[in-house]
Design a protein around this ligand. Structure first.
Ligand code: AFP
Length: 345
């Protein structure tokens, strides 16, 4: 039975919701509205392919490495192409950058007049594709700031606090699209029977404190002693501080962060002796998800600085990351800067 057949009191499609949001901004031209709607269309196409991935020849490696040195999967290539195709001819985007591409992606000359900049990770968590575990798409939208006609690298290298909108699509038990335009966070579930994203999670607020911590602990031998001390501490028993906490780690950031948004808790990918800046990319992963979590009442830092205040210096820059419920993030920060009594001096 589709959600439309059950008959909710008010059926809010993503289009209607985006239009309602636009109406709150009296001078809006509608370009951002349409851009978000184009992204929802790309999400539906990718979701459709993900859902039948085991049945068609789309699983497995495409046979190359991407700009970050990761193995490229066929679905990575499919998602990357469809996002570009859904947006390249609309006249709304001046330039794009994808986690899969080394440099900025220019827009064909006759459509190059757009005032927005789109950064995206087409398929996050690709190592989970072949085992049918949740994966996602992440996007970040900025205004073009350069003066010339075409969008440039400068337009892509803006700090996260200048984002106009950000969102992700989670291809999980159901497909969800979650986005913010800086006015709270809304979540939509795809009703595949009618091909529409319907509002299922209005005005998402995350708990101030959570019971779950999420980190790839196999890296702990390379961590700073204070980071190790924190993870040891959350596993000890102490009722007043709600310990021990539960561990959950999917290895798809969109899925781990979505759980953190809904249940509360902490998602971490710290720097280490091996990778001082961790693994996650500032522009394609950290910044858009930080914008969403902050809009839902959470906190996101690199251990010292607010993620949204980091000035990017290159497209594929990485950053250590601590994001989630406000109190949990403050707690791990107090370990990292040596202020917590249980933190090594
Ligand atoms: P892949 O797309 O290569 O699977 O990377 C996914 C990711 O960037 C992010 O989604 C995860 O949180 C993180 O990597 C997992 O990394 P580890 O495998 O090192 O834990």
């Amino acid at each position: 039975m589709s959600a439309a057949e059950i008959g909710p009191a008010k059926l809010v499609t993503i289009e209607r919701h985006i239009l309602d949001e636009q109406a709150k901004a009296p001078h809006a031209s509608g370009d951002l509205t349409n851009l978000l709607y184009d992204l929802a269309l790309a999400a539906k196409i990718i979701s459709c392919q993900v859902n039948k991935a085991g049945l068609c020849d789309i699983l497995g490696r495409a046979g190359a490495a991407n700009a970050s040195g990761d193995d490229v999967k066929k679905l990575d290539v499919f998602a990357d192409r469809w996002i570009f195709r859904a947006l390249d001819h609309t006249g709304r985007v001046a330039v794009m950058a994808s986690e899969e591409a080394e440099s900025i992606i220019p827009i064909p000359e006759k459509f190059r007049c757009g005032k927005y900049v789109l950064l995206f990770d087409p398929l996050d968590g690709s190592s989970n594709i072949d085992c049918n575990a949740p994966i996602g798409t992440i996007f970040s939208i900025h205004k073009k700031i350069s003066q010339g006609e075409r969008g440039t690298l400068e337009d892509c290298l803006q700090p996260g606090h200048r984002q106009i909108a950000a969102g992700y699509v989670l291809y999980g038990a159901s497909t969800m699209l979650v986005y913010t335009t800086g006015n709270g966070v809304s979540g939509f579930t795809l009703d595949a029977s009618i091909g529409e994203f319907l509002l299922s999670h209005p005005n998402i607020r995350m708990p101030e404190r959570g019971k779950i911590f999420s980190v790839n602990e196999s890296n702990s031998i390379y961590w700073d002693p204070r980071m190790r001390a924190y993870v040891d501490w959350v596993k000890q028993e102490d009722k007043p501080t709600q310990r021990p906490r539960q561990a959950r780690y999917i290895g798809s950031m969109v899925a781990d962060v979505h759980r953190t948004l809904i249940y509360g808790g902490l998602f971490m990918y710290p720097g280490s002796r091996k990778d001082p800046c961790g693994k996650l990319r500032l522009l394609y992963e950290a910044s858009p998800l930080a914008f969403i979590l902050e809009q839902a009442g959470g906190r996101a830092t690199d251990g010292r600085r607010r993620v949204l205040d980091i000035e990017p210096s290159s497209l594929h820059e990485r950053t250590p990351l601590f994001m989630g419920s406000r109190e949990d993030v403050l707690e791990v920060e107090s370990f990292l800067n040596g202020e917590h009594p249980a933190s090594p001096r």
